[in-house]
Design a protein around this ligand. Structure first.
Ligand code: PXP
Length: 246
């Protein structure tokens, strides 16, 4: 079964727009996480950025307390954030780029250029019982490097596929890249997640990508929730995912 991880950063973005710098405010990403889980989501993802632009430290700690499924702590490979994750012990961390020099040309983590530093963090996380995922583009050298790092998962960056969804030729080319990347990663023993820009319109085509374990989806679910409510938004997405054959 293809799993759904809901990224609740956008709930915090809305709160920070009004309550930045205050220790309270609505809407609550923690309440949203509970509702997503109750609606059937298989995991909750939150990104504690170095600049704290949306999720705050208190959110992460509260999420650690209330999340009953699987907490995916999205983060840059930076000492301050690594230390927080090691203390918090989420089930999994997803390492993402936040700085220009960590980013490949197409937006994912540059694992090739940062292999040593990523391997070091991967080992420390694994020793603490935390699984590690690397957010990367569908580029063969990056996938190979992710295997060298010893990551348990990669998360394939679906942003370009989503961006080009309206252009058939580009969309097909991106899908083919994702399909090849998933096959390569699977053959290397990596488990494969995917995310970024996935929505109710483009999701059906993602069924063509094999070996997927989990999709991480934020913006489209939180946006739909404004009109349908979060429970329905999550359930609608789960409905679109349920026939995935792997
Ligand atoms: N995966 C990763 C690594 C992300 O950073 C994000 C949020 O930017 C997502 C998935 C979810 O993307 P979206 O909000 O476009 O669904």
């Amino acid at each position: 079964m293809l799993k759904l991880g809901v990224n609740i950063d956008h709930v915090a973005t809305l709160r920070e727009a009004r309550y930045r710098g205050r220790a309270h405010g609505e809407p609550s990403p923690v309440a949203a996480a509970r509702q997503c889980e109750a609606a059937g989501a298989h995991g909750i993802t939150a990104h504690l950025r170095e600049d704290r632009r949306h999720i705050q430290d208190r959110d992460m700690w509260q999420l650690r307390e209330v999340v009953r499924t699987r907490l995916n702590f999205e983060m840059a490979n930076e000492p301050e954030i690594v230390a927080i994750a090691l203390k918090m012990k989420p089930e999994i961390v997803c390492l993402v780029p936040e700085r220009r020099q960590e980013v490949t040309t197409e937006g994912g983590l540059d694992v090739v250029a940062n292999e040593l530093a990523l391997t070091e963090t991967r080992k420390r996380m694994n020793e603490a019982g935390i699984e590690v995922s690397l957010f990367i583009n569908a580029i063969p050298t990056q996938i190979q490097a992710a295997a060298f790092v010893g990551a348990q998962f990669i998360e394939l960056h679906t942003g370009r596929f989503a961006d080009h969804f309206a252009e058939a030729a580009e969309r097909e080319a991106e899908l083919e890249r994702l399909i090849a990347a998933a096959k390569q990663a699977h053959a290397l023993g990596l488990r494969v997640n995917a995310g970024h820009g996935l929505n109710y319109e483009n999701l059906p085509l993602i069924h063509r990508v094999p070996h997927l374990v989990e999709l991480n989806i934020g913006h489209s679910i939180i946006s739909r929730a404004l009109t349908t409510g979060l429970t329905t938004a999550v359930q609608d997405m789960l409905g679109l995912m349920q026939d995935y054959r792997g």
